[in-house]
Design a protein around this ligand. Structure first.
Ligand SMILES: C[S@@+](CC[C@H](N)C(=O)[O-])C[C@H]1O[C@@H](n2cnc3c(N)ncnc32)[C@H](O)[C@@H]1O
Length: 297
């Protein structure tokens, strides 16, 4: 088996030079991560459940009302899990569309056996020029807004493609302080990355405003003036043996893809030891803080 290679992109190279990466660098980096690890999001997110046993895709799809909504866009749809769930939820009258910038993720979505009427586009959220104004009842975005830059531009595009009474809902990072153990995992991974990339952390992927409820609220208010807006904190758990949790939790952090092979092995060992320290009946817990943003346009 080939050893897993770290992602070397113009984004990581800018970081090494102490320069601020630009929009193109960010896109190149994200494309490289998803080219080499397509489908990694669903591997973890499908298995993380809230107290009622539901995952974050299902919680996001709840926003779609099958009676009132038929036209739904999944923005940054990745490997197509949410489209599959929305298709089941909305039934045969649904008109579903997925957009993602990664050809490899879209290829996975294409292989899922999705309803053939679902349209898939390769494109970027900052420029949805291939979609007409007022096309959708609902726009959903699962675990992707956090990675994007030019977020006001993205929100402007979302607003444009929504019908006047449409709904935008997104799953984004939650507040780590609400979730025991999360900051420890985050810091373990980020500290290892910083040994190889000292400028990492100060500079991270996407727009930091999306990562805190207060700043996200402000962004949303500015973009959707006068709209009804709600940010709901939620926690999703994955219970598994420590070695499985180490792999899944690591995969969840984009930072882990930057580690050299030896540093990546060290991270997995340290994460496994951390999870093993809290094991009960052979299983440990990875808890993920999440915010669900819902805007009624
Ligand atoms: C963490 S994955 C989530 C994928 C999918 N929504 C899911 O949850 O399974 C992030 C996705 O966002 C896509 N993405 C990131 N920035 C994007 C942008 N500016 N425009 C379109 N897609 C983007 C990536 O290609 C990737 O498929």
């Amino acid at each position: 088996m080939n050893e897993r290679q770290n992602i070397d992109s113009s984004w990581t190279q800018s970081l090494s030079r102490g320069q601020l990466p630009n929009h193109a660098d960010l896109r190149e980096h994200l494309l490289a991560v998803h080219r080499d690890h397509a489908g990694f999001t669903e591997s973890c997110a499908l298995r993380c459940r809230d107290k009622s046993g539901r995952n974050s895709y299902e919680l996001l799809a709840d926003v779609v009302d099958p009676i009132r909504h038929s036209r739904v866009l999944d923005l940054a749809c990745g490997s197509g899990v949410l489209l599959e769930i929305c298709s089941r939820r909305c039934g045969p009258n649904a008109e579903l569309t997925g957009v993602d910038m990664s050809a490899e993720e879209l290829a996975l979505a294409g292989q899922r056996g999705l309803d053939p009427t679902i349209k898939l586009y390769e494109g970027i959220a900052q420029d949805l020029c291939f979609i007409a104004d007022g096309s959708f009842d609902v726009v959903l975005c699962h675990w992707a807004l956090t990675l994007m830059d030019q977020v006001p531009l993205v929100l402007r595009e979302v607003k444009r493609v929504l019908k006047p009474d449409g709904v935008f809902a997104a799953i984004v990072d939650g507040d780590p302080a609400t979730t025991p153990g999360y900051s420890e995992i985050h810091d373990l991974i980020y500290n290892l990355v910083r040994r190889e990339q000292p400028n990492f952390g100060e500079i991270d992927l996407g727009d930091p405003r999306v990562r805190t409820g207060q700043a996200l609220k402000q962004l949303a208010i500015e973009s959707f003036e006068g709209a009804q807006l709600k940010i709901e904190p939620m926690v999703f758990d994955l219970h598994a043996p420590p070695d499985v949790l180490a792999r899944e939790a690591a995969g969840f952090f984009y930072a882990s893809f930057m580690l050299s092979p030896p540093a990546h092995r060290q991270m997995l060992e340290e994460l496994e030891a951390l999870f093993a320290g809290q094991r009960q009946a052979g299983r440990s817990r990875f808890a993920l803080p999440v915010n669900r943003l819902v805007i009624h346009h």
